[in-house]
Every structure is written in structure tokens, then in C-alpha cells.
Design a protein around this ligand. Structure first.
Ligand SMILES: [Zn+2]
Length: 391
């Protein structure tokens, strides 16, 4: 089946005017200009733009049923306390309904691919059932090394995440990293997010240190104090091109240089950062170092929606340092690369999966295409076509 539109964004550098893509058996096989075709066997979607489906590299679907139940107006520490107490009240049924509704929301807002962080191990079942693609990161925290650390290689989307530098022992972080490296899978970790994290890593004391001592956790062998959480992970050999670091609100120039030298994948969740911390990463440093980044929403317990359209729009509103094209890349191919899925998702090149979005917008030139993708409200004016509907 061939699909055409006024504009087709194959990737950020390849934009067709009056173009088409061909989808066969759910895979893109060809693209080109409509004028070169001598067949009329084509679905013309209209004067808008066709783009790849979006990638949300950081979700916690298992927290979805906590939407609107936790206030994020009273700061991060209060939010964590409320999260723990509210989560204990949830039944499995309630959690599962939340997961399913959240996946529907993702698909309906044009996201085909996610990096799902799971601590309850319930969301993978529904990811499979509802045909949302991505990586299922089984997340660990604490210091118990007796964990199920065997990746099943046939389940190509399974991987591991460490929770954060201050909540997970170095031995466990390294063990999880060792397993993902051995299986050539991505690894995810929250990094440079909270005040407690930075204080503990920098000084080896403070509120978090007291908390660990209270719980009988001996951190005398942990490499604290370290200059920063980023440097701490660097000392542990956790940082490399397969490691996706999430948040980076408190990262400084030295930190971003370390991440660049190690070719880490950087995931930003600006709406969640604003809601929980009233603080955003230093975008200027990211821009000046020419670092690529991808976008995540975090969970519905800290973010209003799981839509990457909303995340792109917010990023464009809070900083004008990134071009609309850069923001578009962060929502598509950069996310696919961070998850190791760039062969299948993130662009509309031949061999990619034939799912795409048609946006009903009018653009007079290529620059306007990206500007409108990032800044417009598409809640009512787009359709998502998956391989099933395009066959
Ligand atoms: Zn998170």
C-alpha cells in the first residue's frame, strides 16, 4: 500500500514534498515523489504531514493509576512519601487497569515505542498484548545481590535498570550493567535528579546517609564522597554508549563532558522535573556541547500526560535554545537509538516498521513543518496508522 501527503518526514534530513511511502507486510519498502509514479493505487491523506511514530524513552506504567492522587506541589520529598503510601493501597487489579489505560493513551497520542521502567513486573504482559514496542527495563534498588539476573535472549525487548546511584548498591548496579552488556542491551538509571542524591554522593553524609545507617546498610565501601553522581557512576564503569541516564537536573559542565566522552544516551523529562523539583536541566550546556538527547515523560504520578507531543511542546516553550528540528529528533530517532531500536523505529526509511502519524497541518516550507510539529496542539487533528491498519 502506498501513502502520500503534502509533506512526508522520512527523517530530520529527508523531507519529501508531495511524496509517498510504500508499506508492505507492515514494513516500509520504498519512498519517493508522487510525480514519478504512474499508478493511481495510492492513499492520499491530504495537505498535512506524515511523520514517524514517537518514542517515549522513560515511563513507569505501573504508577498510572496514581494519576491525580499525589500532589506534586509540595516538593520531591513529600511526593516520594505520598507515592509510597498511596502505592501500598493499590490492588493489582487497579494497577493493571491503569497500565492498560496508559498504553491506550500512548498509542492514541502517536507513541509506538517506550522505555518502560518496571519494579512490579506487571507491565510487560500488557505491552505484549497491546502491541506497543520498546524495552521493558526490570528495575532494581537496594543492596540484595540475590536477584534474577538472567536476561532471556529470545525476548529481545527485556533489559535491566538500576534505580539511582544513592538507592542501589554499587555492587548491584555493576551486576545489572554486566548482564546488560553481556547481552548487548541498553541499561537505564535515574541520575542527578534529587537533592538527597547529590548531597549523599558529594559528602557521604546527610539525610540519606542517616536513612541508610538506620536501615543497617553499610556504605563504607561505596565510592563516596565523589564530586557528583555522574562521576560516581563513571568510577563504577557504568557509563557507556548503552547506558541511558535519565533527568540530569543537577548535572554541571564537567558532568555533561563525562557523559559526552562516554557516549551515554541522555533522556530528559522536563515536565516531570518541573512538577517535582521546580528545576530543569541546564539546556545551554547540552546545546553548547552538541549533545544528543531523547525525551521521556516519567509516570502519570508526576506528569499530566504520557504524550511526547506535549513533552516536545513544553520543551519548546521553556527554552528557545533548541531548534524545532532538534526537538523532533529527540522525540523520534534519538529515542529509538537510546533503546537500541533504531533499525525498526524513529524514522520512515525502508526496513523500518510501517507505523506513522498523519498530522493535519498546513506548512508553507520545511522549517514550518518542524515548527508546527513541535508547537501545535494535535489532540484532535491527527491519526495514527499502525502496520495493521496500513495492510
Ligand atoms: Zn523515572
Amino acid at each position: 500500500m502506498r501513502h502520500s501527503a503534502k509533506w512526508i518526514v522520512i527523517d530530520s534530513e529527508t523531507i519529501l514534498e508531495n511524496g509517498y511511502i510504500t508499506v508492505e507486510k507492515g514494513i516500509i519498502t520504498d519512498f519517493g515523489s508522487v510525480s514519478t509514479l504512474n499508478t493511481k493505487n495510492i492513499v492520499d491523506h491530504g495537505d498535512g504531514v506524515i511523520i514517524p511514530t514517537l518514542v517515549n524513552t522513560h515511563t513507569h506504567l505501573e504508577l498510572s493509576s496514581l494519576k491525580n492522587k499525589i500532589s506534586f506541589k509540595s516538593g520531591f520529598q513529600h511526593w516520594v512519601k505520598e507515592l509510597i503510601s498511596e502505592r501500598e493501597k493499590l490492588t493489582n487489579e487497579c494497577i493493571d487497569v491503569g497500565i492498560q489505560n496508559a498504553i491506550d493513551e500512548l498509542l492514541q497520542s502517536g507513541t509506538s515505542t517506550i522505555g518502560e521502567i518496571s519494579s512490579l513486573y506487571r507491565s510487560n504482559k500488557y505491552m505484549n498484548e497491546r502491541l506497543i514496542s520498546g524495552v521493558f527495563f526490570k528495575e532494581y534498588l537496594g543492596n540484595d545481590l540475590n536477584v534474577d539476573c538472567k536476561l532471556i535472549s529470545s525476548q529481545i525487548f527485556n533489559s535491566y535498570a538500576g534505580h539511582a546511584p544513592h538507592t542501589t548498591s554499587p555492587e548491584l548496579l555493576k551486576k545489572l550493567k554486566f548482564e546488560t552488556t553481556r547481552n548487548n542491551k541498553p541499561y537505564s538509571i535515574h541520575l542527578s535528579e534529587s537533592y538527597d542524591e547529590t548531597e549523599f554522593i558529594k559528602h557521604g553524609k546527610g539525610k540519606w546517609a542517616d536513612f541508610l545507617i538506620e536501615r543497617g546498610i553499610d556504605f563504607s565501601s561505596w565510592p563516596v564522597p565523589s564530586r557528583s553522581p555522574v562521576e560516581y557512576l563513571s568510577k563504577l564503569d557504568i557509563l557507556d554508549t548503552k547506558t541511558m541516564v535519565v533527568h540530569l537536573i543537577n548535572a554541571d559542565l564537567k558532568d555533561f563532558k563525562i557523559l559526552k566522552d562516554n557516549e551515554c544516551k541522555i533522556c530528559l523529562c522536563p515536565r516531570s522535573n518541573h512538577n517535582l523539583h521546580r528545576k530543569l536541566p541546564e539546556f545551554e550546556l547540552i546545546y553548547n556541547l552538541d549533545l544528543e538527547f531523547c525525551l521521556g515523560t516519567d509516570s502519570l504520578a508526576s506528569c499530566e500526560t504520557l504524550s511526547i507531543f506535549d513533552e516536545m511542546k513544553y520543551l519548546g516553550e521553556v527554552t528557545n535554545i533548541f531548534s524545532p528540528k532538534t526537538i523532533f529528533k529527540s522525540a523520534t530517532i534519538n529515542g529509538a537509538k537510546a533503546l537500541g531500536l533504531e533499525e525498526q523505529y524513529g524514522d520512515l526509511k525502508p526496513k523500518s516498521v510501517g507505523s506513522f502519524i498523519y498530522l493535519d497541518l498546513e506548512a508553507e516550507n520545511v522549517n514550518a513543518v518542524f515548527d508546527k510539529i513541535v508547537n501545535c496542539d494535535f489532540s484532535k487533528s491527527f491519526k495514527v496508522l499502525s502496520p495493521d491498519t496500513t495492510l
